[in-house]
Structure formats: C-alpha cells, structure tokens
Design a protein around this ligand. Sequence first.
Ligand code: GLU
Length: 511
Amino acid sequence: MMDYHAPRVRVRFAPSPTGALHLGGLRTALFNYFFARKHEGVFVLRIEDTDQARFTPEAEENILSGLLWAGVEPDEGPEQGGRYKPYRQSERLLLYAVYAQRLVDQGHAYYAFDTPEEIEAMRKRFATKENPSPKYDASTRGEMANSLALPSAEVCRRLDRGDEHVIRMKVEPGERIAFEDCIRGPVSFASEDIDDQVLIKSDGMPTYHLAHVVDDRTMWITHVIRGEEWLSSTPKHLLLYRYLGWEAPEMAHMPLIMNPGGKGKLSKRHAQANGLPVTVEQCRAAGYEPEAVVNFLARLGWNPGDDEALLSLDDMAERFSLDRVGGGGVQFDVDKLGWFNQQFLRTLSVGGLLGRAAKWGGTDFYTRKEHWERIIALMQSRVAFARDLPETCTYLFPDPEFDPDTYDEQSVKKRWASDSADLLSAYADRLGELQDFDAEQTETTLRALAEDRGVGAARIIHPVRLALSGVSGGPSLFAMMGVLGREACARRIRKAVDALGLRLLTPDFPE
Ligand code: GLU
C-alpha cells in the first residue's frame, strides 16, 4: 500500500561524463530504476559535468545510449526534460554559487587564499609520525591564509583585488556524525577525520560534494542509492545538509564489485589483462544481449530470490528491495554473464533470434529468411551469442560457395580412416536413390549401410559430418542434412572423398 502522505520516491543516477558507461554505473542506474518503479516513483538522470578537465563531450551520449540499450529510460533528464531542469550541472552554476554564499554568510564556510605550494608547506610543517599528512582542518586552518585567520580588512582587500581563492566548508571537531544506511545499517564517522572540504574551486566551479547536495535537495531526491566508494564522503554531505537547514535524503551504499577471485575492486587493468568486458559498449561489441547484461548486473549485490531465472526489468522492479541488497563485495564472474546470455537466447522465438542475429549482418538474413529460420531452429540451443549464427553457421547454406574448403586437422586425424572414402562414396550413392530426403530417411540409410559393411554407424557419421561442415562439432547430423538438402550433401561428401581420401591412403604423398 502506498502511503499517500509520504513524498513520492525520487531517485537519481548522477554519472560524471568522463568516458564510457561502466557496468558498475549501469548497475547503479538499474538499482535506482528498480527502486523508482517499485515505489511508483521517478528516476532522474543528472549529468555531473563540473570537472571540466575530465569531461568528454561524447560521454553524455554514451551514457544515455547505454541506458536506453539496457532498457533503463530516465523519467527526467537532459534529453527528457522535467520540472527541475536543467539536468546538467554545468547549467546550474548560479545555484551552487548562491548556496555557497549562504554557507559563507552563515559561518559554515570560508574563503581560503592558499596556493598549492602553501598547502604543501603546511603539510610538511605539521607532519608528525602519527599524522604524516595533516589535513586542512580545525587544527591547521588558523595558520593558513583564509577568512577565519586573516583580519577582515585583509580578506576584503584580497577579494576586491580578485585574488585566487576557494571556498571551504568549516568542519568542527569533536562530533560523531551518524546515520542509518539502508543497506549497511548504522554507520558513524568522527568529524575530526573530515577535512575542510573545498566547495567552490578557484575557477568558480563547485566540487561534487556541494553540487550534488544542492541538486539532490533542489530536485527533491528522497533516496540516494550509489556505490560504496561514496560512503566515506557521506558525513561531509550530511554536514552540508545540516548547515543548509535541509533534511538529508535516505542513503544506501551498494557493495563494491570485485575482481574475479575476490581480490580488490574490479580494476581496468585486471579487466584488460583478462579480456573482461567492463563497459556497456564492450558488452555490446562482444555480442551480449541487454537482457543478459541486466540480469547479470542486477545480481551483483541483490538477491531477487532466484539466482538463475531470467527476469524482465518489470519483474525485477516488482521484486526489488534494498533489504535484499548485501553490504559485502561481490565478484564479477563473467562466466555467469555468458550463461545468462545463452539462457536468454533460448527463450527467444525463432523470429526473435533471427532479429538479434540479423544485427550482426553476414549472409543476408531477410532475403534468405526461411533458410535462416531452419538454421536457427537447429542451432538455437547451441549458440552462445546471436552473432555466432552469421559468423559460424554459413556452412548450413547449401550454396557451393559455402562448401568447406578445408577440414579441421585434428578432426581429420581422429575421424578419417582408411575406409572412410569408400564408405562415404557408397553413402552418397545411396542418398541419390532416396525418395524423400529427410532426417529419418538419411539416418535409416546410413545405419543400413553400416550394417551391410559390418561397421559401427559412428564410422560413417563422423566423417560425413566432417565432409559437410569441415569440423567435428555441430548439431544433429541428420537434422543438418535436412537443412542442407540432397544436392549439397552429395556434393560435399564427394568433395571430401576427393580431398581427404587420397591424402590419407598415401600418408607420405608430397604436399
Ligand atoms: N558524480 C558521481 C559519480 O560519478 C555521483 C556520485 C553520487 O551518486 O553521489 O559517481
């Protein structure tokens, strides 16, 4: 039952547009999206682009297209609009300046004129064995060039002159900042562990800390659901809410995604070294279907009650609850992603899989639709990726251009015996005499030939498969023959007899 007195749930995904959309980012977006849907709330996309040095213009586009690819459409955002627009921080600068000024006026923030060299010198000056890198905080700020330490006339003079300065928040020591994290339970930090964080940088841009607090409030965000890496900054944010006289939203910090094997946070280096896809774009390029990716990501930390079932976004949203999100790090197991992909492909109709495979081009899917449908019916349970169809199944077309030109060396060694050529020629002859060329007839004929020659059926089956496909694995031989048709089967068998028969009978035949 909805409580109609409670504010409507509003959550946000707030990426910094610094490059590709990472899978960790998509997981954050997904959890927020589920939470919004579950509570009939609103899912906001906000672009946190105040760090101009790290900003790349294509990144926003990547983020939005990555979300849409996964089926996660924002209700409000830079493209969608909404009543709390604009949704790019770079378009909201005035707002941050206003609130920073309010903090200064009320004594919760101050101007600081120190150069990086002066700050470095301070760290050296105050360093002790126990505290090798002192912070800019209550214990050091009195010694620095800021509006708390300098006479006010001097501060006015410097500001009037346009001296470079930042605005820092003033954190008082001796307090415990405690809150209830929706995932982790009670969490608390000592205020003396927090430095006097910069809120406005010397170029006038806000830092993430100030900007996102102002935005979360002015966009009426009710729940902040984000990665664990932000947990240690949360006390600063809670102080800012208090200083500004605002109620803080609920906080939920999702577990870290760890390298496979559980050692450390999933790193770019580890991923690259092990060929793991870590961005949405890489997953897409590797051929993973969005449904598989979202099922995989949703389970990185959340337990939907069934570890294996493929769920739709709606089903997941329906089941979602922060109570079932764990706090401990979760391993990135790429095999699981592959498994979900294969499971998903199996759930598709033949037409559905055709549509997915067609995206990968290759032998024209729509002009030869009927033949592709027969191939798909045969291969659906065997392919790991839709792209495998155009990449590895062209041999299932009867055209001579798809006849194998080479035969897998290992398979030849294992399967082609001294009597193979003879057995296959005889089989090709018998195939020519069949009334109906279907799976049943081709199989009966093969077994009868084996019996007539006093050999096991496998002695004919394996070399025939090699002749038809060039390799030893694949779908049921007789079903495959049905798809290829009589002419192609006979032609390929005779071609293999010519190519392989001679070679093996005279093993030392000069190449
Ligand atoms: N811009 C931050 C990021 O890149 C947002 C963190 C938050 O959700 O508060 O992840």
